[in-house]
Design a protein. Structure first.
Length: 115
């Protein structure tokens, strides 16, 4: 298995560890949520599992409870920020726009979103 599959050198593992600063929104024993550095909506939060998985399918297979928990956390952020309305995106694969290979949910909320 390569280093990146273990999370070594992974930018989001470094954010979770506190080695790279981030604007924390929420955290618990299984997930960490922080503001996207390049927001595409008024509120744009990334939710990541503390354990390193490359994409959402790997997370679903290995730890479906944490995937379900990510959805719950997204909902609670949107409940606080925008009466429960939000967009939840998992880019999966380079050709779909995934640039960081530590699974992350994009939560976009806080305003009416374009179609
Ligand atoms: P992807 O393109 O993989 O779906 O999303 C990666 C996201 O991570 C992008 O929206 C990008 O703005 C965000 N991002 C990349 N590096 C950092 C960083 O160091 N800090 C924060 N807060 N966000 C980052
Ligand atoms: Zn990682």
């Amino acid at each position: 298995m390569s280093d990146s599959e273990h999370g070594d050198g992974c930018i989001f593992c470094k954010i979770i560890a506190g080695d790279i600063p981030s604007q924390r929104v929420y955290e618990d024993e299984s997930v960490y949520a922080f503001k996207d550095a390049n927001p595409k909506a008024k509120i744009h939060v990334l939710i990541v599992p503390r354990r390193h998985y490359a994409n959402v399918a790997e997370l679903a297979k290995a730890d479906p409870r944490t995937l379900a928990h990510i959805v719950e956390v997204a909902q609670s952020i949107a409940d606080q920020e925008f009466h429960g309305a939000y967009r939840l995106i998992f880019n999966s694969g380079e050709d779909a726009g995934q640039s960081v290979f530590h699974v992350h949910a994009h939560v976009m909320t806080g305003e009416v979103l374009p179609e």
